[in-house]
Design a protein around this ligand. Structure first.
Ligand code: G
Ligand code: MN
Length: 341
């Protein structure tokens, strides 16, 4: 598993990379203030070039895999806070005693639209991870010990990148992006810093970035989850309770978390014709509205469900009946062309 090793800061005016390593003796060699050429000596040639390009080009986000001369990998993740300065976190293998992981295939971010049921417009997207097709077969995520923290960081970066592409190329700054977080991500002290760096680096508006949490994700440390959630909310990040209505979703959770919306689990949505389920769904949307929250029906597989869900009081719908997850280019095209349902 990767863990946060520390932080990095790039000061473009003096072309200096400051690395702060926290409590990780194994990585002490990285700690300090570096001239890029000197720093490059610690890395293999390709990594040195990647760092150089990422920092000198000033692209809004920075995601760099650094391969140290001893074979260990460190990820440098973050964003530019203005055209010359960037900062972020360093992730690496927790200890030298752990075997070095084989790198998995690189994930492909895909985006599934969330449609407003009142007018059929695209309100936002959920960022999802797909692994590339290898030798004609989809690579299952379970085949790889892919690590939660790196996944969430990567999806946060891709999600925020997409929002800035849509703003810059389509003039759309009214679109939101949902990114999924796990319990590990919530507990990671680097999360808030990374989110802050991405929001300011991309100049995102309040409420554009929304984090999806399942109750299971927060149960392990509910008090900390609520603290982190409040901190994120103060930064203008929306919170979404995912898979609501199944598993352990409880009303304490709803009472304590400052969430702006509820995603109702697809198993419950699939039973929308059952009279008891219908009553439950109507009560859920009413309760959400009274709490000032929006509701999304997820896993909508049939078009005929859309008017029914709207009658039941849902604000948004997401599912294969509307659109499958798409890569950035296709999603951009879709967003540009689709005006209403
Ligand atoms: O619960 P969560 O929001 O994380 O669900 C997202 C997952 O649901 C993704 O893996 C996505 O591909 C999948 N998904 C999206 N739409 C549909 C749908 O209409 N039917 C089913 N079965 N799965 C869907
Ligand atoms: Mn989700």
């Amino acid at each position: 598993m990767k863990s946060t090793l520390g932080e990095w800061r790039w000061i473009g005016a003096v072309k200096r990379l400051d690395l702060t390593i926290e409590n990780q003796r194994d990585y002490a060699v990285l700690d300090g203030q570096w001239d890029l050429n000197d720093f490059g000596v610690l890395l293999d040639g390709l990594s040195a070039r990647r760092v150089d390009e990422s920092l000198q080009n000033g692209k809004s986000s920075v995601t760099c895999e650094l391969c140290l001369a001893d074979g260990r990998n460190v990820q440098m993740i973050g964003a530019f806070t203005d055209p010359r300065n960037a900062s972020g976190v360093l992730l690496g293998d927790a200890s030298l005693d752990e075997p070095v992981e084989e790198p998995g295939p690189e994930l492909v971010p895909v985006f599934q639209p969330i449609i407003s049921l009142s007018d059929g417009r695209v309100a936002g997207f959920e960022a999802l991870a797909r692994w590339p097709i290898a030798a004609g077969e989809e690579v299952s995520t379970t085949q790889y010990r892919f690590d939660d923290k790196a996944l969430a960081s990567s999806m946060l970066i891709h999600g925020c990148d997409a929002l800035s592409v849509w703003r810059d190329t389509l003039g759309r700054d009214d679109i939101f992006m949902h990114v999924n977080l796990t319990a590990r991500d919530l507990a990671d002290t680097g999360l808030v810093d990374l989110v802050q760096a991405l929001i300011s680096g991309h100049g995102l508006s309040n409420g554009q970035l929304r984090l999806e949490l399942t109750e299971q994700a927060a149960l392990r440390n509910a008090a900390r989850a609520v603290d982190v959630a409040r901190e994120l909310q103060d930064m203008g990040v929306g919170l979404v309770l995912d898979d609501f209505g199944t598993g352990h979703s409880s009303f304490m959770w709803l009472a304590n978390l400052p969430a702006g919306s509820l995603k109702i689990d697809q198993d419950l949505i699939a039973l929308y014709e059952n009279p008891r389920v219908r009553t439950i769904l109507e009560a859920l949307t009413l309760m959400a509205r009274r709490l000032g929250m929006k509701t999304t029906a997820e896993g909508v597989e049939k078009a005929e469900m859309l008017p029914r869900l709207r009658e039941m009081g849902f604000d948004y719908a997401q599912g294969f009946a509307l659109q499958r997850p798409m890569q950035l280019e296709t999603a951009t095209d879709y967003l540009q062309k689709r005006v209403t349902a």
